[in-house]
Ligand binder design. Structure first.
Ligand code: FAD
Length: 372
């Protein structure tokens, strides 16, 4: 059995772990990443690829703003500024306008649109809506490609990846974390938990109670359409239905709040009520067929307030969390990596992550952002 020594061990080679490994290795730290599968084995190959800066809290807006700026400059990221269009119900419109003002104060070019202007992007029935917001720097990226790019950059900076290697034991001895795997033990003074929907289970290996749970999410793809649709990412916040275009198809989804845990496979029955709601808002979907083979499912990594868990674990020396993104890990990974590298090196993070630290649950200061 081998023993590997590092300055920091990262558990998980999804987009978050890979990006963190790169930023940590750039700092000159000896980084070992342990991943049970291949890179992007988990949620990072199952996402819808949306990136948006339209959030309600400054921390989330900044994490997205900085990440989108990096993706825009990364060759091969697949970044397309197709925009996000939010269709906001009457009851939520006052809060949405406050969020728009906050976004604009932080340099985000989001704007309020009339229904007529919004309908230039997509045909929809505005019944029950209070207004629309749109942000032109929001859009799409290609999450698996981005993840592999971060892995390559991390390797070039000196990080080592132990792939197809499951972490099955975590103990702290003499100021070092010992991470047990079938390939041997990795020993390091710091550990970064970037294990996505598994983060609660990984924490439990060390006796920690991390409030991150898996929740299945499904993406339904239409048959190929002609002409190919050109849609932004559109969220109907009244029904929870979202649509976007990808190639010559439309993708469609809606969260089921009761769909929690490791529930396997695509539940085709969920398409029926989802489509009923979708057709009310987007009547043109009524005549469109769906393709089971092109549809898929994956897991969100959900926390109680649907926001990430970032930073050092209070009272647990050398344990850092970068998990619980609750469906926003792709759009926030790049900036998270810079923040976590600063945190690991004892520097103040360039974005204030205090609202996302573990102790928010102990202090009762957790606030909900938009649950999308
Ligand atoms: C249907 C769907 C749509 C989504 N749409 C979007 C979107 O539009 N925009 C967006 O930003 N996000 C979206 N997301 C969420 C996004 O995919 C995740 O937030 C993001 O991929 C999380 O990245 P991660 O690196 O934290 O987790 P993961 O990619 O899940 O990586 C965690 C890794 O840890 C590994 N691991 C776990 N346990 C162990 C262990 N014991 N030992 C070794 N390795 C382990 C796993 O194999 C995995 O590779 C979506 C997710 C789904 C499912």
């Amino acid at each position: 059995m081998s023993t590997f020594n590092a300055d920091i061990v990262v558990i998980g080679a999804g987009i978050v772990g890979a990006a963190c490994a790169w930023r940590l290795a750039q700092r000159g730290l000896k980084v070992i990443v342990v991943e049970q599968g291949a890179p992007a084995h988990g949620s990072s190959s199952r996402g819808a690829g949306g990136v948006r800066a339209q959030f309600n809290t400054a921390t989330n807006i900044l994490l997205s703003r900085e990440s989108i700026a990096e993706y825009a400059d990364m060759p091969g990221s697949g970044y397309q500024p197709a925009g996000y269009l939010m269709l906001v119900p009457e009851a939520g419109w006052a809060a949405a306008q406050e969020a728009l003002a906050l976004q604009r104060s932080l340099g985000i070019p989001s704007e309020q649109l009339t229904f007529q202007d919004a309908q230039r992007f997509v045909a929809f029935d505005p019944s029950g809506l209070g207004g629309c917001s749109h942000c032109p720097i929001d859009g799409y990226v290609d999450p698996p490609t981005l993840t592999r790019a971060f892995v390559s950059q991390a390797q070039e900076a000196g990080a080592q990846f132990l792939l197809h290697t499951n972490v099955d034991r975590i103990e702290q001895r003499g100021g070092l974390w010992e991470i047990g795997t079938p390939a041997g033990t990795v020993s390091a003074p710091q550990l970064l938990n970037a294990s996505g929907a598994w983060a609660g289970q990984v924490g439990a290996l060390a006796g920690l109670d991390l409030p991150v749970r898996p929740a299945r999410r499904m993406v339904f793809a239409t048959l190929a359409l002609s002409p190919a649709p050109q849609l932004p990412f559109v969220f109907d916040l009244e029904s929870g239905v979202w649509i976007r275009s990808k190639g010559d198809r439309v993708l469609l989804g809606r969260a089921d709040a009761n769909d929690t845990g490791w529930r396997e496979d695509l539940d085709w029955n969920w398409l029926v009520p989802t489509l009923q709601l979708a057709v009310r808002r987007f009547p043109w979907l009524e005549s469109v067929g769906f393709d089971r083979q092109a549809s898929w499912f994956g897991y969100y990594e959900v926390t109680p307030d649907h926001q990430p868990l970032l930073g050092r674990m209070p009272g647990v020396d050398g344990w850092l969390n970068a998990c619980g993104f609750s469906g926003h890990g792709v759009m926030q990974a790049a900036a998270t990596a810079r923040v976590m590298a600063q945190e690991a090196c004892g520097e103040a993070p360039f974005i204030d992550i205090d609202p996302l630290r573990y102790d928010r649950f102990q202090r009762g200061t957790a606030v909900m952002d938009m649950q999308l």
